[in-house]
Design a protein around this ligand. Structure first.
Ligand code: ADP
Ligand code: MG
Length: 256
């Protein structure tokens, strides 16, 4: 049975998509069966997994509107080694179209239930907002992975997300838990980043993942080749960190 994780943070540009595609590729590398779900109409995780968002016959939009199943809409990325349920601009319309329908926040959960035996991990890349799309992700998930940069306002932004997760936990999905905070784009030479990192550990204890993802230009270059860094340049420090993170996730699942 697959474990389902949302990669969420309502801030943009914090490394959600980079985390999603590289964790997916890292998990595939260590032998896990992975489905990556793109819930962001920008479709960056789709493109960054080697799937052209403009050429898709079916997408997560069709799944949310119940005109296609996950099995029908997902495609296998040969290069990346995982399945992709892609997104494109069409998905922006789902936000409005879902307003009228019943159990609108549980559409993704219901659809994923049919494929849980086919995967070990389902990773959901969330948009940078606490919208109906993100809510669908949070309702479907067993846990949330929060990528964050160790900057001054990082902790402040976290409060809103933690409160949303608490509300979803209380009202819609009692399985939901924060699995962990992942420090990304980390530069140990910057004193402030060290300080924020220490604060995070003091506050959140073992909810902070041991693995730290360094700032690494190869991770930023990879999307323009339609690949996760882990596939594009396996020897890069950032790629190695994501493979280590994949192993940490597999180990945590045992305890989870
Ligand atoms: P989000 O999905 O939260 O908006 P992205 O994953 O798209 O964030 O990352 C924002 C930008 O930062 C992208 O240009 C990405 O390539 C870059 N980036 C992300 N993680 C790293 C890293 N560890 N080192 C260098 N650049 C990174
Ligand atoms: Mg993104």
């Amino acid at each position: 049975m697959a474990k389902i994780f949302c990669i969420a943070n309502q801030k943009g540009g914090v490394g959600k998509t980079t985390t999603t595609v590289n964790l997916a590729a890292g998990l595939a590398k260590v032998g896990q069966r992975v489905l990556m779900v793109d819930l962001d109409p920008q479709g960056n995780a789709t493109m960054g997994s080697g799937v052209d968002k403009r050429q898709m016959a079916l997408s997560v939009y069709d799944v949310l509107l119940e005109s296609a199943s996950v099995a029908e809409a997902a495609v296998y990325s040969e290069k990346c080694g995982y399945h992709v349920l892609g997104a494109n601009r069409e998905l922006a319309g789902a936000e409005v179209e879902l307003v009228e329908v019943e159990r609108r926040e549980k559409r993704l959960k219901t659809a994923l239930a049919e494929v849980l035996d086919s995967y070990d991990f389902v990773l959901i890349d969330c948009p940078p907002s606490l919208s109906m799309l993100t809510l669908n992700g949070l309702c479907a998930a067993h846990g949330v992975i929060v990528p964050m940069q160790c900057e001054y306002f990082a902790l402040e932004g976290l409060t809103d997300l933690v409160n949303t997760i608490k509300q979803v936990h209380a009202n819609l999905n009692k399985d939901l838990a924060i699995i962990g905070l992942l420090r990304v784009m980390f530069d140990p030479r910057i004193t402030l980043q060290q300080q924020v990192s220490d604060q995070l550990k003091a506050h959140f204890g073992d909810k902070v993942f041991d693995t730290v993802i360094p700032r690494n230009v190869r991770l930023a270059e990879a999307p323009s080749y339609g690949l996760p860094g882990v596939i594009f340049d396996p020897s890069a420090r950032g790629s190695q960190a994501f493979v280590a993170f994949a192993s940490e996730m597999v180990a945590r699942i045992g305890k989870f």
